[in-house]
Design a binder for this molecule. Sequence first.
Ligand code: IMP
Ligand code: MG
Length: 173
Amino acid sequence: MDDKISVMFSEQELDKRIRELGKQISDDYAGQSIHMVCVLKGASTFACELAKRITVPVYFDFIKVSSYGNDTISSGNIKISKDVDDDVEGDNVLIIEDIIDTGKTLASLMELFKERNPKSLKLAVLLDKPDRRVTPVNVDYTCFVIPDQFVVGFGLDYAQKYRNLPYVGIVEQ
Ligand code: IMP
Ligand code: MG
């Protein structure tokens, strides 16, 4: 009855890469603090794991965006269903997303944050599917670049399932 899922990145591989990224981010923001904006729900696992590996002060904030229409097809027309709790003006904003696919969601989101006058604005993603890009987006930190395959786990879902898997995998058809 359960779907068979093949592992793409194991718990150990994810942990190792996230530690490396955490070190890089800590170096880049040395002497400063970060206003982390986690894009719900998918980026929650990655954001928590990454925050644990960052040694400069991190303020946690969350935003929930939904693109209009079908969940697996991104329209780029975003709707904010839960905004951040605090003003980001003058802050070092680091947007945390699970995956960048067409780029439509993130392009709109980055534009929105730019207008809020942060001191700096950067983007960290767990996964990048560059083959699928429609709208160019500058990604500052990427854990892994992957081919055009639908992945689940480590926060990523398929119809709200599999977010709790400790690894990133592919649902076998
Ligand atoms: P886009 O970059 O605007 O196309 O949309 C990115 C969003 O699509 C992500 O935040 C995910 O919610 C979803 N998404 C894209 N590819 C995948 C995948 O392989 N697995 C799970 N969700 C995905
Ligand atoms: Mg999502």
